[in-house]
Design a protein around this ligand. Structure first.
Ligand SMILES: C[S@@+](CC[C@H](N)C(=O)[O-])C[C@H]1O[C@@H](n2cnc3c(N)ncnc32)[C@H](O)[C@@H]1O
Length: 351
């Protein structure tokens, strides 16, 4: 399901290539912004602690910057447009793709438990995450659109690192712990689920995800590979799954898409789901406390422009405290291999 040549027609491929090239052209501008801010005398010593005030000071300092004007303009265009272009690329090729989807969905061995009565959380419902029209449910086949066109095509080329290697790398934090029963929160189209499956091939994997279009793609990925994932359309903080029925509860980049209050409930739910001695492992965005003031501003600016309404709240939350309050022990939190990203927290439910 990841053969781009087979999944995109010429118009869609050209439009996606255009979006990628345009975004890549802005990459060198970040260094120019930094240079200009340094020349304006802005640093950890001179910038305000308050982040909103800092946005104002930096905006004023870059008011005449051509590099900032161009970067902001193209960034704004790409933010709004990449989702539309990806959806149009799908629609152009729907007649080829939809019959393949039907065959894959019926094939098994994975199972999908849809919940048409699911009460959607206010922080998620109707929010256009990533500024994609309609958000996670913005297209009937958003799972495929996001997975194949946005993530594997656009993000993989524009993001600095190996986005799939990172999903596997975070699991090294578990050391020699081998879970037999894994629950994943925020399964989406299954990118981290694949990393879990390949790292722990004997494990039974249960996925929890709000969006049905995303889960349908996860179902197809599992069926295409013969993986018996058990997929549930549910809210992670209130999964409805049986208490003490998992050895590992894991997630990858879901926490920055929810308010702090929901993250606290999510850790409590993970604690409830785990058997004694079980482990939790969550990976998400780098906390602002690990960055200097300009780094914080840049992350915050890009998050606002990129349609991430909960990013700042997540990046300023003390996850170690959240895990401790939920009852976890042996808590470790930090960047992997000394880097700032991926950022991982893992902990244990007492025996
Ligand atoms: C950035 S994606 C995560 C991607 C995926 N884990 C991966 O590795 O690519 C966030 C996903 O979490 C889902 N999500 C957000 N809040 C959720 C919640 N409270 N419960 C379950 N799923 C949630 C979203 O619908 C979305 O599909």
């Amino acid at each position: 399901m990841s053969n781009q040549a087979a999944t995109m027609r010429q118009g869609g491929r050209a439009a996606m290539d255009y979006m990628i090239t345009l975004t890549q052209a802005t990459k060198p501008l970040g260094a120019v912004w930094n240079k200009e801010l340094a020349e304006a005398g802005l640093s950890d010593q001179t910038l305000p602690d308050n982040l909103d005030a800092r946005h104002g000071v930096i905006k004023a300092a870059l008011a005449d910057s051509r590099a900032f004007a161009i970067g902001s303009l193209i960034g704004e265009f790409s933010s709004v447009e990449h989702g539309r272009v990806a959806q149009a690329a799908f629609d152009e090729n729907a007649d080829v793709l939809l019959p393949r989807f039907a065959e894959l969905e019926a094939r098994g061995p994975a199972t999908l438990h849809a919940n048409p009565d699911l009460k959607l959380p206010k922080y998620w419902d109707g929010v256009w995450f990533h500024r994609t029209t309609g958000g996670w449910d913005g297209h009937p086949e958003m799972g495929f659109v996001h997975s194949e066109y946005v993530h594997k095509t656009y993000v993989a080329k524009n993001f600095g690192g190996d986005i799939f290697g990172q999903r596997k790398a975070v699991l090294t934090r578990l050391g020699d712990f081998v879970p037999a029963r894994i629950c994943e929160f925020g399964t989406s189209s299954g990118h981290f689920t694949v990393a879990l499956q390949e790292t722990f091939p004997r494990a039974q994997i249960t996925g929890v995800e709000i969006s049905l279009p995303m889960l349908k793609e996860a179902l197809r990925v599992a069926n295409a590979n013969g993986w018996a994932w058990d997929l549930h359309q549910a809210v992670a903080e209130d999964s409805g799954l049986a208490a003490e029925s998992f050895d590992l509860v894991a997630s990858y980049i879901i926490l920055h898409e929810m308010p702090a209050e929901a993250t606290r409930r999510l850790f409590k739910e993970a604690f409830r789901l785990l058997a004694p001695g079980g482990r939790v492992l969550m990976s998400d965005v780098t906390p602002y406390r690990a960055m200097d003031k300009i780094g914080q501003w840049r992350a915050d600016y890009l998050a606002q422009r990129g349609g991430e309404p909960w990013w700042r709240e997540a990046a300023t939350l003390d996850l170690t405290q959240v895990a401790r309050d939920a009852g976890f022990v042996d808590i470790e939190e930090g960047g992997l291999d000394g880097a700032l990203y991926p950022w991982v927290i893992n902990a244990k439910k007492p025996d």
